[in-house]
Design a protein around this ligand. Sequence first.
Ligand SMILES: Cc1cc2nc3c(=O)[nH]c(=O)nc-3n(C[C@H](O)[C@H](O)[C@H](O)COP(=O)(O)OP(=O)(O)OC[C@H]3O[C@@H](n4cnc5c(N)ncnc54)[C@H](O)[C@@H]3O)c2cc1C
Length: 337
Amino acid sequence: MKHHQVVIIGGGPAGAACAGRLVGAGADLLLLDKSSFPRKKTCAGWITPQVLSDLNLDPSEYPYSLSKYQALRIFLKGIPILWPGDQYAIRRIEFDDWLLKRSGAAVKQHHVRRITRENGRYILDDAFSADYLVGAGGTHCPVYHALFREEHPRTGSRIAALEAEFSYEWKDGKPRLWFFDRGLAGYAWYLPKVDGYLNIGLGGDVRVLKKSGRTIQEHWGFLLEKLRGKGLISGPIPDPDGYVYHLRGPGAAYRIDNAFLVGDAAGLASLDMGEGIGPALESGQLAAEAILHQHPYTLESVSQFSLLPGWLGWLVAGKAGASPRIPTVYSRKHRDT
Ligand SMILES: Cc1cc2nc3c(=O)[nH]c(=O)nc-3n(C[C@H](O)[C@H](O)[C@H](O)COP(=O)(O)OP(=O)(O)OC[C@H]3O[C@@H](n4cnc5c(N)ncnc54)[C@H](O)[C@@H]3O)c2cc1C
C-alpha cells in the first residue's frame, strides 16, 4: 500500500486548488480521480472576477476559451434588470484540465469506493493510505459518504440542474438569466460563449420542485420553448446532462479529525446563484492552509453570495419572498428578451 501525507479525492476546482497550494509548499500528495482528464463536467462555466483573483489569473493569460460579458440580463419574473459589471465564462472541459495540470499534483485515475481509518491513517480501497484526506469528489464524494454523512449531513438546499453545452453559431451574444419562471425556485440561463459554443440550462430547489408537481425535464421543455420563441435557438438541441448539488447550509461540519470536505463535497454553492466554482477554489485553498500550518479550517471568509444581494439568494433558495429593490431597470423595449 502506498502512503502519502495527503490524498485528495477529486480533481475538479476544489481538489486542484487544494493540490496547487500543497504542492507549492512541498507536501507529499496524491490526487485520485475516477475520470481521466480532460473530463466533462455538467456546469454553465460562469465565473466571477473573484474567481480570476482567487486564481491570480490575468484573463489575457488564460490559454483556452474565456468569454467576457459587460453585463448580465436578468429577468425576475419577467421584470428586466441589467446587472452591470464584468463577468466571465470558461468551458469546464478545458478549465478543469488546465487547473489540474497547473496544480502540479501527481494524479492517478482511480475510483475510490471504500474508506476506513486505522491507527490514525486513512485507508482507501486497501491501495492507498494518508495522514490527511481531502474530500473534493463533488456531491457523491466518498469522503462525505464514509465519514460525514451519518453524523453531519449537509444542511443546504438541494438543487437539481440540467445543462447542455454545444457548438452553435449564436447570433445574440448577450447572456440572460430568467428567475422563477413557471414556479421554478431558481433560474434558467442562456450563455453564449466565444469560439462558437452555447450553454443553456436551469436549476432549482428540489423540494419546491417536488411540491410544484413539475419535473425539471418539464422546465427544460419550457426553456427550449422560450429560447425558440425569442429566436435565440433553432434546430435540434442536444439532450441535457443533469446533476444535483447543495447550496451552502447552516452549521455544517467540514472537518473531522484530519479529513476535510471542500467544494461540492461540502455543499458550498452560493445562495443567490448556485455558483460553486469560486467556493470550491477558496475552500480548497483554505483546507491546504489548514493542513500546512495547522490552522483551524473555517469557511467564514468564503462568501455565501456571489452576485446578488442577500434577499435574492433567499428567493432563489425558495425560502423568502421579500420585495426586491432593483438596481437598474433598462428601457421597456428590451423587456423580457
Ligand atoms: C448544471 C450546473 C450548472 C452550474 N453552473 C455553474 C456556474 O456557471 N458557475 C459556477 O461557479 N458553478 C456552477 N455550478 C456548480 C459547479 O459546477 C460546482 O459547484 C463545482 O464544479 C464544484 O467543484 P468541485 O471541485 O467541488 O467538484 P467537481 O467539479 O464535481 O469535481 C469532483 C471530481 O471528483 C471526482 N470523483 C467523484 N467521486 C469520485 C470517487 N469516488 N473517486 C475518485 N474521484 C471521484 C469526479 O470525477 C470529479 O472530477 C453548476 C452546477 C450544475 C450542476
